[in-house]
Structure formats: C-alpha cells, structure tokens
Write a protein that binds this ligand. Structure first.
Ligand SMILES: [Zn+2]
Length: 314
C-alpha cells in the first residue's frame, strides 16, 4: 500500500457493490433501508461541514450542466435526506443528488486523498470533499454504468424523483392510501412493488420479502386483492422495511451488507428451506433478474411457471 494515492482511506464501504454489479439479484443492490442507513450516516458525519470540492472522474455521471459542480464549493451542508433510493445532500438551497443504481457505492474517507480526480480512467465517478478533509467517493463496478448524479436547485427537477410514488415509510402513508393506490392497477404485485412511480424505494430484494411475509403470489394482480389481503400486504410492507431500516441503521460497511443478506427470508435463497414452512425456496427467472418465493406460503403449493426451468427440464 506504500505510495498509494489513497492513504488514509478508511473505507467505510457503506454500499459496497463489490461484485454485486454482476450479481444484481443475490447481490447487494441498495434499496430503501440501505439508502436510509447511508443518509443517517452522512447526516451525522457531515454535520457542521461545508462542501469544498466536487470532482468528476466521469463526465457522464453528472446528468445536469447548470449549476456547475463549482457552485457547491464553500457551501455549508444543511441536511441529508432521501427520495426513494436517491440521496440528497442539500447545501444552502443547492442539492447534490445521486442514485447508486445496481453497482454503485459510496466510500467514505475521514481523510480524502489530496489528488484531484479528473475525467478518464479513474474508477471513481465523483469525489466530494468536505471542509475538515473528509469526504466520499462514488464508484461503480462493472461495465454497465448507471450511477447518476445531479446538481439542482430543487430535487423535483430530477426526472426520477419527479416520477416517484409515495414513500412507504412515510408517517402519513396509511393502509387506506395503500388500498387506494392498489385499486387502479391490474398488474402483478411483484412488478408493481418494484415500480418506483408506484412506491418509492422498494426493489427486487424487498419486494420478494414483502410478498413472502404477506403470503401473496408475486403474480397476483393488484386489483384482485380483497380487503384482508390488502391489509396484510400493507402490514408486511411497513414491517419488513422498518425491520430492515433498524437492522441497517448505524452499521458500518461489511456488517451492513451481511445484515441485508442475513435478513432475507426468500430473496437470494433459491433451493434453501423456507424459514416459515420448510418448503424449498423456488425461483422464477427473467432476462435481467429473478424472483424467489415459497410455493407453500404464497401460491397454494403450486410452483409458478419458470421459462428457464422448463427449458432445462425439456
Ligand atoms: Zn414457506
């Protein structure tokens, strides 16, 4: 490590994608609970500090042109918050917003390297320096680059934020609100829960978990749920996310990652035993993702059709 450009980088790999980029599924893709943990962490660490530098290692990561990164220089940070899976660092009315996507991560450093990063071959997409010498880097593994940053005067100017549905963890998001939302949708629950314009912050992992807790089929149509099922789904959504936020909050890097995996009942556990009934956890695969579920708990014992599995069995 001698002569490294990143000497005192005590990497707090808060949202380490490690190889998760490739993994997508069983890997480590940050969703609402992990992003919330990161918000809590950044809020504490940046308290009383100002932004003194925003450097880009990749031009394409910044999706806005005006105001420029230099407009943030010297501004004290007022607050750190979350919109769905977007993080928002506000400094005097300007917002540095970013979305880690599938393989992005944030590496905190109490003492950032002095080297200025420039667009080019750096694995660092964006570096943010703070007034006490600390700061963070945003990096992204893999070749499919989807990490995105924005500098805006209003977070609603970020298209992905403008489109967001309600936050399922909001104090005022009631069972009645949820029931009303579901009613208009003749789509399958799995896809709907992941749809950010329906609900903000739930992704592939927690949608599997919520449906398992609610004992509902991933393919059930939203509009077909009766009152009792709707209530069950709402309770499962809130309880699962609240539990995950509690488990993630205050945890450093490695722990956070393991905590997410350890907390999963069915997601990423194909072939293992369902913790509720002992049946085997099954999978349905799609071109770009897969879902896991328990047939006994969720689909009346009937396995769901899986294209890949049937192809293999031919
Ligand atoms: Zn089960």
């Amino acid at each position: 490590m001698h002569g490294s450009e990143e000497p005192a980088t005590l990497a707090l790999d808060v949202l380490s994608g490690d190889v998760a980029g490739a993994l997508g599924e069983n890997g480590w893709v940050p969703e609402l609970p992990e992003v919330q943990a990161l918000v809590d962490f950044l809020r504490e660490r940046t308290d009383g500090l100002a932004i003194v530098g925003v450097e880009l290692g990749s031009v394409s990561v910044l999706k806005t042109f005006n105001p420029p990164p230099t407009s943030l220089h010297g501004l004290p940070i007022s607050t750190v918050s979350r919109h769905g899976k977007f993080l928002d660092i506000e400094a005097q009315g300007l917002h540095l917003v970013f979305h880690l996507a599938r393989a992005g991560w944030l590496r905190w450093s109490d003492a950032l390297a002095a080297t200025t990063i420039r667009p080019g071959k750096s694995p660092i997409a964006l570096r943010c320096r703070l007034s006490d010498g600390s700061g963070f880097d945003l990096t992204e593994a893999g070749t499919r680059k989807s990490l995105a940053a924005y500098i805006v005067s209003d977070p609603a100017l970020v298209p992905g934020i403008a489109r967001l549905g309600p936050d399922p963890m909001a104090a005022d998001f009631t069972a009645a609100d949820f029931a009303a939302l579901l009613k208009g949708h003749r789509t399958q629950l799995k896809g709907l829960l992941k749809d950010q314009s329906f609900l903000a912050g739930v992704g592939n992992a927690y949608s599997d978990e919520v449906l398992h807790v609610a004992r509902l089929s991933p393919f059930a149509l939203a509009s077909s749920l009766d009152e009792e099922q709707t209530k069950r789904l709402y309770a499962a959504l809130r309880d699962t996310l609240a539990g995950a936020v509690r488990a993630a909050s205050g945890k450093p890097a490695q722990d956070l990652k393991d905590a997410k995996r350890a907390g999963m009942r069915v997601h990423g556990r194909t072939g293992q035993a369902c913790p509720v009934c002992g049946d085997v956890v099954r999978e349905v695969s799609f071109a770009d993702s897969s879902l896991q579920y328990c047939a006994t708990c969720q689909t009346g014992g009937k396995p769901l059709a899986d294209r890949r599995m049937s192809r293999l069995l031919k």
